[in-house]
Write a protein that binds this ligand. Sequence first.
Ligand code: UD1
Ligand code: UDP
Length: 364
Amino acid sequence: MKIITIVGARPQFIKAAAVSQKIRAIADIREVLLHTGQHYDGNMSDVFFQELDIQPPDYHLGIGSQTHGAQTGKMLAAIEQVLLQENPDWVLVYGDTNSTLAGAIAATKLHIKVAHVEAGLRSFNRRMPEEINRVLTDHAADLLFAPTKAAVNNLQVEGISEKKVHLVGDVMYDAALYYGDKATQKSSILEHLQLTPENYILATIHRAENTDDSSRLQAIFAGLVAVADKIPVVLPLHPRTCSALLRAGLLEDASKSLQIIEPLGYLDMVMLEKNARLIATDSGGVQKEAFFYRVPCMTLREETEWVELVQCGWNQLLSPFDAEIITNRIIDTLTKVTAMETPNGLYGRGMAGEEIVQLLMNYE
Ligand code: UD1
Ligand code: UDP
């Protein structure tokens, strides 16, 4: 069996690493790796291939940053050429980026079967580019690997045949189990940044709805700057956010209070997550990793796809509109000790990669 795995953006390298490891263990499957080039800086791409021992891409499309239509369109045309040449049995796509959507459309139009890892997530906010990418990819896919019960339910409500849908758990949980201890062994980021465990906040911001709206961006960064009066705030800066802060003239001031650093490799990032007192983020992956390492999380968004974390109290939504409210809610959460439920199995048993490979092999 031949599988073409399509990746392009940071979280996809991490997700694909967890599954590729299991694919490689099976002699009957040949995996061809296609990198669209959506992310291309060394610290947004290469570092993950090195650290997570991912095979070098067989195809690198080098598409780079563009408007949504141009980026997705160029990917679609270039992926189609590769699929025509390789004629795989399956195309495997991950998550909700433009690379995901381009891969799903290119394959389905050529009648090549599509499998979607992280299917069924919904924010119900159609202004998010990711929401459009997810819905369209799920409806194009032949096999849908859902990470949570909520995701299965969303697919059922949309009328997707339940035969196609499999609750396998979250591949990011597999990755956390596999790489969590390695991070502790290998990373010296705490010493490097002179941080002490449980005595800093880790923040990440990159969602388009936060970075591309200057009043939200201003509120979030002013809110975090005021928090930094009480406790260090360390923020690995996504390139999108870096450009937005520069455009808004906010980067210099923010850098005086926040410990703003370059994007990190996965092991350093995990180490910072594990030892943080609290995580403030708008990232999907980081919300879950906070829970995997049992660190309270505040999500600077109005909604989340990972609703189960809000239900059990490990994650709180924090509207990103008002700096004072952001500061007060974060400080409040730091000082308030609340008992939180830690249900087992929310994201599976750490076997999602294995189950995905088995389901692909046994598909009829
Ligand atoms: C993309 C995904 C988002 C995901 C995120 C993970 C889409 C629509 N969005 O958002 O769902 O959460 O990746 O990080 O697919 N840039 C660089 N260097 C890079 C990559 C990007 O400088 O290596 C800058 C460019 O200015 C670019 C901007 O970041 O225009 C945004 O990059 P893009 O890939 O379009 O979207 P992300 O915000 O990264
Ligand atoms: N991550 C990383 N370095 C960073 C920021 C994030 O390795 O500087 C990892 C993080 O641990 C998680 C994934 O990247 O595994 C999340 O990616 P991102 O926040 O870019 O995208 P999202 O999950 O929101 O789609």
